[in-house]
Design a binder for this molecule. Structure first.
Ligand code: LLP
Length: 434
C-alpha cells in the first residue's frame, strides 16, 4: 500500500479509507465508485504551500485541476490557499462555479481558441500562458477591445527530458507544447510579446513532464529557465516578475515506485527552491514570484476506486481473468500508458494472495484492462476489489464509452462520507441525443 495513514486494513480485514469501511461505502453508493480521502488532499496541498513559503517565501501553488476536476476539488484547494491551473473554458467555468477567485487561475493550452481567450479575459483570470504564435495577436486584440491589461506568461521548452512515459513527457524538443529556447522560437515569441500594449508579458513557464521522482531534471530546468529569464529581461527589455515551473511530482502506484510522504514532497520543493535561489544569486537576477502546478501529487494517492468482482475466467494453462464492473471508461490509463496499479481484495486483506489475475474491465475490447499480473487471494464473484492511487487522471479522463456511466465521486473524512459528484443515469446518457 502507499505511505498514508488514512488508508489501512481494519481489524475485520477490510480496507478502511478516511475512517470509513469500504463495504459501507459500497452499500451506500454502489460500485464502481471513486472514493477520495479529503484529509490527504488537504495535507498535500498544505505541504506544497508551506514548503514554497518556507524555502522560497514568495509565490503560490496552483493545483493542476486536469488531474481531478469537479466543483468540490476547487473548493478544497481554495480553502487550503491554492490557486488552480486550468486548461479549457470548461475548467474555468467549473472553477468559477465553485467560487474560485478568477485571479487565482492560470490558463494553459496549446490551442486556446479566440473565444476561449475572450472568455478567460472577461472572467478575469490571473494568468494566461501563451503557447502559440497567433495567440499573441488574438489576445492583444481581445484585450484592446475590452480595455483590459492581461498578465501572460510564455511557455518555453527548456529541452529537459524527464524520465517518464513518452506520452506524458512535455518538454522534449519536438513537443507540441512551448516555444523552444534552443532553436530561437522562444526569442521570436518574446520579441512579439514585448511589443504589445495590452498583453502584459510578466513571466515564463515550463513543465517538463509528469510522474517524475528524480530531482535532476527539475534542477536542470531551473538552471535553463533562470538563464533564459535573465536573457529575456536583459536582451529584450521585458519586465518579468513570475516564474512558473509547472508540476510533475510522482506518486506511488506499485512497489516499483518510491513511497513519497509529505516530508519527501517538502524535501523536493526545498531542493528546487535552493537551486533556484543559488541560480538567481549567481546570475544576479531579482527573485521572481514562484509558481508550481502539482496535480497528480495532490489528488493521486488520495483516490481509490471500488469495484465489484464479476465473471472469473480461467484460461487453462494461460491466464486468469477477473472482470470488474468498471473498465477503460472510468480508468483508461492502462490502455493509454500501460499504467500499473496496486489492486486489493478489499474485503480480505489478510488472506494470502496466491493467484495471479489480470483485472479486466467490461468494455468491448481486449485492451480494456485495469491491471495485469496482480496477486490476489482466490477471488469470488460479488466481492469488492479496490484499486489504489486512482485519484489523478481517472475521473477526469473518464468517458461514457459503451454507454457506461461515469461513476459517482465520494469524499471521506473522519469516518464520514458525502457525494461530491453524483452518478449518472440512463437519462444522462441520452440527454443530448436528438
Ligand atoms: N502543468 C502543466 C502545464 C501540465 O501540462 C501538467 C500536466 C501539470 C501542470 C500537472 O502535472 P502533474 O503534477 O499532474 O504531473 N493524463 C496523464 C498525465 C498528463 C499530464 C499532463 N500535464 C496521466 O494519466 O498520467
Amino acid at each position: 500500500m502507499n505511505a498514508r495513514e488514512t488508508l489501512y486494513a481494519g481489524k475485520n480485514g477490510r480496507l478502511q479509507i478516511g475512517g470509513v469501511d469500504v463495504k459501507d461505502l459500497a452499500s451506500l453508493y454502489g460500485t464502481p465508485l471513486y472514493v477520495f480521502d479529503k484529509a490527504h488532499i488537504k495535507k498535500v496541498c498544505e505541504t506544497f504551500a508551506e514548503s514554497l513559503n518556507k524555502y522560497y517565501g514568495k509565490g503560490k501553488i496552483f493545483y493542476a485541476s486536469k488531474a481531478f476536476c469537479c466543483k468540490e476539488t476547487y473548493r478544497i484547494v481554495k480553502e487550503a490557499g491554492l490557486g488552480a491551473d486550468v486548461v479549457s473554458a470548461g475548467e474555468i467555468f467549473t472553477a468559477l462555479s465553485a467560487g474560485t477567485d478568477a485571479k487565482n487561475l492560470c490558463f494553459h493550452g496549446n490551442n486556446k481558441s479566440y473565444s476561449d481567450l475572450e472568455y478567460a479575459v472577461k472572467s478575469g483570470v490571473g494568468y494566461i500562458v501563451i503557447d502559440a504564435v497567433s495567440e499573441i495577436d488574438d489576445l492583444e486584440e481581445i484585450c484592446a477591445k475590452l480595455k483590459v491589461k492581461q498578465r501572460v506568461l510564455l511557455r518555453v521548452n527548456p529541452g529537459v527530458e524527464a524520465h517518464t512515459h513518452h506520452y506524458i513527457q512535455t518538454a522534449k524538443p519536438d513537443s507540441k507544447f512551448g516555444f523552444s529556447i534552443e532553436n530561437g522560437d522562444a526569442d521570436k515569441a518574446v520579441k512579439n510579446l514585448v511589443a504589445k500594449s495590452f498583453v502584459d508579458f510578466c513571466g515564463l513557464h515550463c513543465h517538463i513532464g509528469s510522474q517524475i521522482f528524480e530531482k535532476t531534471s527539475f534542477l536542470l530546468a531551473v538552471d535553463k529557465m533562470t538563464d533564459y529569464y535573465k536573457k529575456v529581461s536583459e536582451d529584450f527589455g521585458a519586465k518579468l516578475s513570475v516564474l512558473n515551473l509547472g508540476g510533475g511530482f510522482g506518486i506511488y502506484y506499485t512497489e516499483t515506485d518510491p513511497k513519497f510522504g509529505c516530508e519527501d514532497y517538502a524535501e523536493y520543493i526545498k531542493s528546487i527552491c535552493e537551486k533556484l535561489c543559488e541560480c538567481l544569486a549567481q546570475k544576479d537576477v531579482e527573485k521572481p514570484y514562484l509558481i508550481f502546478e502539482p496535480g497528480r501529487a495532490i489528488v493521486g494517492e488520495a483516490g481509490i476506486t471500488l469495484y465489484t468482482a464479476g465473471r472469473i475466467k480461467n484460461i487453462t494453462g494461460l491466464k486468469n481473468y477477473i472482470s470488474v464492473n468498471g473498465g477503460m471508461f472510468e480508468n483508461p490509463r492502462f490502455a493509454l500508458y500501460q499504467a500499473k496499479y496496486t489492486v486489493l481484495a478489499a474485503e480480505r486483506l489478510n488472506d494470502k494472495p496466491d493467484t495471479v489475475y489480470t483485472v479486466a474491465g467490461k468494455c468491448c475490447e481486449s485492451g480494456d484492462v485495469i491491471a495485469e499480473n496482480v496477486n490476489l487471494p482466490k477471488m469470488r464473484e460479488g466481492e469488492l476489489i479496490a484499486v489504489l492511487s486512482t485519484g489523478a487522471y481517472n475521473y477526469s479522463m473518464a468517458s461514457n464509452y459503451n454507454r457506461n456511466f461515469v461513476p459517482p465521486v465520494v469524499m471521506v473524512e473522519d469516518g464520514k462520507s458525502y457525494l461530491a459528484v453524483k452518478g449518472q443515469t440512463f437519462e444522462d446518457l441520452v440527454r443530448n441525443d436528438l
